[in-house]
Design a binder for this molecule. Structure first.
Ligand SMILES: Cc1cc2nc3c(=O)[nH]c(=O)nc-3n(C[C@H](O)[C@H](O)[C@H](O)COP(=O)(O)OP(=O)(O)OC[C@H]3O[C@@H](n4cnc5c(N)ncnc54)[C@H](O)[C@@H]3O)c2cc1C
Length: 432
């Protein structure tokens, strides 16, 4: 059976893509660069407030990370809470953690209000410990999160782990019932339809090539030159994620684009699927160079990881299929004979401090740095940016923290040093 070098989620779409809005308007209140979760969620919120808004997407809506991801809607942030508290202090992290919980409610509300058929479910997530020392840190972390944020996580000892996962390689786990799962491609397609229904103009195959600040009748505006003509906007939202280009150089030099790859197996027999993931959780392990995995709604094993650190190319996707299959069999020897049917890759937007950021850059609103938490975070930040554009005070705790440039060699457009970063994380995984 051949492996399709194709994103499995695209084969599950039941609604047609949103039709493009036609010719660009000459003037618009808000232009949004990028049509993933962040841009579309901002467009939905703005259109609902009666603001005229155009989403400019160089490919198709959701083409970026938003239709390629694992569909895990996760609590918390990429960095562990003790590290965050050491860096930003208790009060700031309390707000950040509360925001991370709010991001999930935000996705849930949009799915419900807009009636998006995307298999959304509050199934919880399971983090599994690859070393005894990782498991030992779970109790302390869960106690800290309970004490500081009143949020509960449950420790699962090695002897109880079979109730959560059909694998014996881990030293224990930690369950968070608040997290959710969804079908990412159906979600982003539903979001595009919702934004369109609300009145947003959605333009696919419209690459923004340059953004200039201009003065029109004495007012500061932005002129966006695109592959389909020009548009003048009062405000601009940059929602271009890991795919940010030279059209917005100040933002681009802050983005570290890191490749992530996923395989999906053939459909598993129901008993085997239940054995592998008895509670149908979103699962990831405790390494830096981590694996993340879950069952799909039709009972395939979807298994992802950083098989290569470089953003996706035909070569890295092809090589990843075998690397990830070997990883999957290490976790689940039961899948030794199971066929891998799909492999694909995408690019995540990391930042040097591994934090999400939002605010203004060159007078334009932006949000970026969602790393592996973008399903919920990008949606929520999009809605927050819409509020800021409409004059609401910026209350996101992530706007107040410094946003460092990425070093040469790691930044978007200049990534020769990424394999060294990958090596560094492998060394860390060996020793810690
Ligand atoms: C393989 C993989 C697995 C992941 N798994 C998870 C997961 O399980 N859970 C989770 O929470 N997160 C996960 N993520 C991360 C998550 O998918 C992203 O953080 C999120 O989708 C980012 O959304 P976004 O709208 O910011 O960016 P994107 O969805 O990447 O959208 C940005 C869009 O901007 C467009 N664009 C860029 N520049 C221009 C321009 N100049 N003109 C016009 N358009 C432009 C691009 O074409 C792109 O479509 C994963 C990511 C990948 C790649």
């Amino acid at each position: 059976m051949p492996i399709h070098e194709k994103n499995f989620w695209l084969d599950t779409l039941t609604t047609p893509p949103v039709q493009s809005a036609g010719d660009l308007l000459e003037n618009i209140d808000v232009a949004i660069v990028g049509g993933g979760y962040c841009g579309l969620s901002a467009a939905l919120a703005l259109a609902k407030r009666g603001v005229s808004v155009a989403v400019l997407e160089s490919e198709t809506f959701g083409w970026g990370a938003s239709c390629r991801n694992g569909g895990m809607v996760l609590t918390g942030m990429k960095l562990p809470v003790p590290t965050l508290i050491k860096r930003y202090g208790r009060e700031a992290v309390r707000k950040m953690y509360a925001a991370s919980l709010e991001t999930i409610d935000c996705v849930e509300q949009i799915v419900r209000d807009e009636n998006i058929d995307c298999n959304y479910s509050r199934c919880g997530h399971l983090e599994v410990a690859c070393k005894q020392s990782h498991f030992d840190s779970y109790a302390e972390s869960a106690a800290l999160i309970q004490r500081e944020f009143h949020h509960q996580q449950r420790i699962v000892s090695k002897s109880e782990l079979r109730a959560e996962i059909g694998s014996d390689i881990y030293f224990g786990g930690m369950v968070d019932e608040t997290s959710a799962g969804l079908n990412p491609a159906r979600y982003v397609t539903g979001l595009a339809h919702a934004a369109r229904r609300a009145g947003a103009c959605l333009h696919d195959h419209t690459r923004v090539e340059k953004v200039q600040s201009v003065s029109q009748n004495g007012a500061r505006k932005f002129l966006l030159r695109t592959s389909q003509g020009s548009v003048t906007a009062r405000e601009v939202i940059l929602a271009s994620g890991a795919y940010t280009t030279n059209a917005t150089p100040a933002l681009r030099k802050k983005i570290i684009p890191i490749g992530s790859y996923i395989i999906a197996t053939e459909v598993l027999p129901p008993d085997l699927a239940r054995e592998l993931s008895p509670r149908n959780r979103m699962i990831y392990d405790s390494k830096h160079f981590l694996y993340y995995y879950r069952l799909t709604p039709d009972n395939r094993m979807l298994f992802g990881g950083r098989a290569a650190f470089f953003p996706e190319t035909e070569n890295t996707v092809r090589q990843s299929a075998e690397i990830l299959r070997r990883g999957m069999i290490t976790v689940y020897p039961q899948l030794r004979e199971t066929k891998v049917k799909y492999v694909w890759g995408g690019t995540l937007d990391f930042t040097l401090d591994v934090m999400p950021h939002a605010g203004q850059i060159d007078g334009m609103y932006f949000a970026a740095g969602f790393a592996g938490h973008g399903v919920a975070a990008a949606t929520w930040f999009g809605a927050k940016l819409a509020g800021m554009v409409c004059g609401e005070t910026d209350t996101t705790p992530f706007s107040a923290i410094p946003f460092p440039n990425a070093p040469f060699g790691l930044r978007s457009g200049n990534t020769w040093a990424l394999p060294l970063a990958g090596l560094w994380y492998r060394i860390l995984d060996f020793f810690t």
